[in-house]
Design a protein around this ligand. Structure first.
Ligand code: ASP
Length: 454
């Protein structure tokens, strides 16, 4: 069976981005409506032709949650094979593997630098606004943070003892290290290596096709995920935390819409407006899933098919970024530290703030790109400066929406750094970057030819 490579231009329908945005807005509206209909987790039964239907059991748990979870699972299903295969391909295509150290150095350096900028700015704004002043709250629910790993542990755990275990458990840093070593070995293996490299290139194309197929069902997935979520996210829990929420949100938005564009412009001279426009799909995916890891397939596709970053760079920088680069998370941690210190009336010194910047920047390396981990790593930051870890219980209620927003910022940072590294290595397709249509053919996949080939 031959599968045609090209997709046919089918009748003009809304672009994928618009469909995803529509799915997102419709999901939020439906979820909020359902919450209004069934406040505080109550249920509503409607009768349809003498059949009694429980809205919660049937619509929310039976349909929306199933679609949402299936979509999320399919995204996550792709992450390990995609990262492994495309990273191996990327390393092989570098030819000169000695470049790897330089590229890695640049990527890690930029990731850490942007995170340090993000958290410093967050602390600065939080100190000016003082969201915790006057909030006399006592933590009534206790938060027992899982123990955060030390830096030494993070380094040791980067190296897998059994790569299959790393694959099975989705330990991304270990998968990355194994893929790098495997790729280097292929590049050094002469004829045998060339054959294996060809196999990996084919595999990579097949997996990317799977990503494309998934992108086409994304509007429904995003709709279902957000509809389910908004049946429970309650805006009334905000109360005293509104100021904290707004400060984090404000810094996240400024970081994404001002800091990144400025860095991009300064380091590459590229027009940042194009960057932000092309980032939209990946940002919405990140927002809906609250997981940079689950968004890797989309970020990778955005970087290589829309932004013009060559696969040799993106296959390395995107998964690495999703694993170690957490600017959005660091912003939340910066504001949260100031907030908790103010709520518990504890003064922090300049040295304390520097410790916070350093710890949060390094902590982001150990923060996995999955929902909610940022809060766990916050425990480590708070402990470093002697603040009560129970403070986390105060902000947990509003964390989900912030998690979604900061994940969108995290993946935007990964893409920005990928472009900067690609440009500096001359692994960048400038025409693709400028082309507003680039990547649009991935949006109109036509499945008919699959039937025709039966
Ligand atoms: N959800 C974030 C991410 O996946 C991590 C976090 O801040 O909790 O990027």
């Amino acid at each position: 069976m031959t599968i045609e490579k090209n997709t046919l231009p089918i009748k003009k329908k809304a672009s994928l981005t618009s469909r995803i945005v529509i799915g997102m807005v419709a999901g939020i509206l439906l979820g909020s409506f359902l919450q209004w209909l069934m406040p505080n987790g109550t249920d509503k039964v409607i009768s349809l032709y003498s059949i009694e239907l429980s809205l919660k059991g049937f619509l929310v748990e039976g349909i929306l949650e199933v679609i949402g979870q299936v979509f999320m699972a399919s995204l996550r299903m792709l992450v390990v094979p995609l990262v492994f295969v495309s990273l191996v391909c990327g390393v092989c295509s570098l030819k000169d593997t000695s470049k790897l150290g330089r590229i890695g150095g640049k990527a890690v350096g930029l990731y850490l630098a942007t995170t340090a900028i993000a958290i410093s700015f967050a602390i600065f704004v939080a100190l000016i606004v003082s969201p915790g002043e006057g909030v006399n709250m006592v933590a009534n629910s206790s938060f027992s943070g899982r123990e955060a790993p030390s830096l030494a542990q993070v380094i040791i755990q980067m190296f897998p003892t059994n790569p299959f275990e790393s694959f099975a458990e989705g330990k991304m840093l270990q998968v990355i290290v194994f893929a790098l070593l495997f790729g280097i070995a292929i590049a050094l293996s002469g004829k045998a290596g060339e054959r294996v490299a060809l196999l990996f290139e084919d595999l990579s194309e097949v997996i990317m096709r799977l990503v494309t197929i998934l992108m086409n069902i994304a509007p429904y997935g995003v709709f279902a995920l957000l509809a389910t979520l908004f049946t429970t996210v309650s805006l009334t829990t905000f109360g005293n935390l509104i100021e904290y929420f707004l400060v984090v949100f404000f810094v996240l938005v400024v970081h994404a819409l001002v800091t990144y564009p400025v860095i991009l412009k300064l380091l590459t001279g590229l027009n940042p407006e194009i960057f932000l426009k092309k980032m939209r799909d990946a940002a919405i995916f990140a927002f809906s899933t609250a997981s940079s890891n689950a968004t890797i397939p989309v970020t990778l596709e955005t970087a290589t098919k829309k932004m013009g970053v060559k696969n040799s760079i993106a296959s390395f920088t995107v998964p690495l970024g999703a694993t170690i680069n957490m600017d959005g998370t660091a912003i939340m941690q910066g504001v949260a530290t100031v907030f908790i210190a103010q709520v518990f009336s504890q003064d922090l010194t300049l040295a304390d703030y520097l410790t916070v910047v350093l710890t949060a920047t390094l902590a982001s390396i150990g923060t996995a790109g999955v929902p909610g981990v940022g809060l766990i790593m916050l425990a480590m930051v708070l402990e470093q400066v002697g603040l009560p870890v129970e403070g986390i219980a105060l902000i947990i209620g509003v964390d989900r929406l912030l998690d979604m927003t900061r994940t969108a910022v995290n993946v935007t940072g990964d893409s920005m750094v990928s472009i900067v590294v690609a440009k500096s290595e001359d692994q960048f397709d400038h025409d693709m970057y400028l082309d507003p249509q680039a990547g649009s053919n991935i949006e109109n996949i036509d499945f008919k030819h699959l039937d025709n080939n039966k």
